[in-house]
Write a protein that binds this ligand. Structure first.
Ligand code: PEP
Ligand code: MN
Length: 354
């Protein structure tokens, strides 16, 4: 259920609604700020909420059903797209962000080289410290040592850090360095991990599971939103279909569908979908033109010898031209590159691109 507060509602009015809901067993209540005013989401037991007759309380405009299976992520609850300030970058309908960096942090030199190369056009730096690998014998990341390297890369470039949390035992260490916590595709339905990620007070990038429906993605987002964070960004990274020509099938239809059904920003990751660097740019441009808020791309200084995802990582020397072309496609969708955090080299002009 959604309790829509009147524009003139006071904090005391909201508090009264919240205390009734908090005292109701089986109901989770959360104040949701929106462009048109405050609402209160009351999820769990609609009959119990109805019995409270909250519409009779001062400051309450209406009590409405939330029909869809996902609640806090739903566009029914928060109308219009959310805009988040993530580590000084605006992520939302007017801007466009590129998150770029290696699949894994493999060494200090590699990470600093890639960070410096992407810094002029990227809005954030990605890099895995803890890698979820299909085989337990594959390279699983440098762990804590990688977090120190990422922190140094941020100090040198000003780029906020996006890195994956795979295990709740690493939560504190990852949160101490990450500006944005990534939940990988394989962890999308690890509900205890989602709960921990949501409680760290950091923005969360939530990747769509390999075989997850969009409803399931949004219900997973609800797990994160139920905790302290408001800032969840969804990531389409390709799904399993009958076709094995590409590593995964990029579901570009997910972008406009998510724009209709959720207020949360949307990332597209063409790297993991394609599994082949030659295909990444076309998918990235299509995603930007289709209205993605962010493109997340893997970039390496020596991709063919990368310890993880070697076939799909772009070479650093190709990144600048790649970024120009993707930004030109984002401009078609009316977006400008999210403003840098602090002084950085000048941007390549979007107008010179394809
Ligand atoms: C990654 O971003 O490096 C990664 C492992 O992605 P995914 O969880 O989408 O496979
Ligand atoms: Mn990867």
């Amino acid at each position: 259920m959604m309790i829509v507060m009147a524009p003139r509602a006071t904090a005391a009015d909201v508090g009264r609604v919240m205390s009734r809901l908090d005292a109701t067993e089986g109901v989770h209540a959360k104040v949701v700020p929106g462009a048109g005013g405050v609402s209160v989401a009351a999820v769990g037991d609609p009959a119990a909420v109805r019995r409270l007759e909250l519409d009779k309380l001062p400051g309450v405009d209406a009590v409405a059903e939330l029909e869809r299976p996902y609640k806090l992520a739903s566009a029914e609850l928060v109308q219009g797209p959310s805009t988040f300030d993530i580590a000084g970058r605006r992520v939302g309908p007017d801007t466009f962000c590129l998150i770029a960096g290696p699949c894994s942090v493999e060494s200090r030199e590699q990470t600093l080289r890639v960070a410096a190369a992407v810094a002029p056009q990227a809005s954030m730096l990605r890099g895995g410290a803890f890698k979820p690998r299909t085989s337990p014998f594959a390279f699983r990341g440098l762990g804590l040592a990688a977090l120190d390297i990422l922190a140094e890369a941020r100090d040198r470039t000003g780029l906020p850090i996006v890195t994956e949390l795979t295990d709740m035992r690493h939560a504190e260490a990852v949160a101490a360095v990450a500006d944005v916590i990534q939940i990988g595709a394989r962890s999308m339905q690890n509900y205890p991990l989602l709960t921990v990620a949501g409680s760290l007070g950091k923005p969360v990038v939530l990747k769509r599971g390999l075989s997850s429906t969009l409803d399931e993605l949004l219900m997973a987002a609800d797990y994160v939103l139920k905790e302290a964070t408001e800032q969840v960004v969804l990531c389409e990274r390709g799904i399993r279909t009958f076709d094995t020509a590409l590593r995964f099938t990029l579901d570009l239809g997910a972008v406009p569908w998510l724009k209709l059904h959720t207020h949360l920003p949307v990332i597209v990751d063409p790297s993991h979908a394609a599994g082949d660097r030659r295909l990444v740019e076309a998918l990235a441009c299509a995603a930007a033109a289709a209205g993605a808020d962010v493109v997340l791309v893997e970039v390496h200084d020596d991709p063919t010898s990368a310890r993880c995802d070697a076939a799909q990582q772009l070479h650093v020397r190709d990144f600048s031209a790649f970024a120009d072309r993707v930004l030109a496609h984002a401009a078609l969708a009316g977006r400008a590159l999210a403003r840098p955090l602090r002084d950085r080299p000048p941007l390549h002009p979007v107008s010179s691109a394809a």
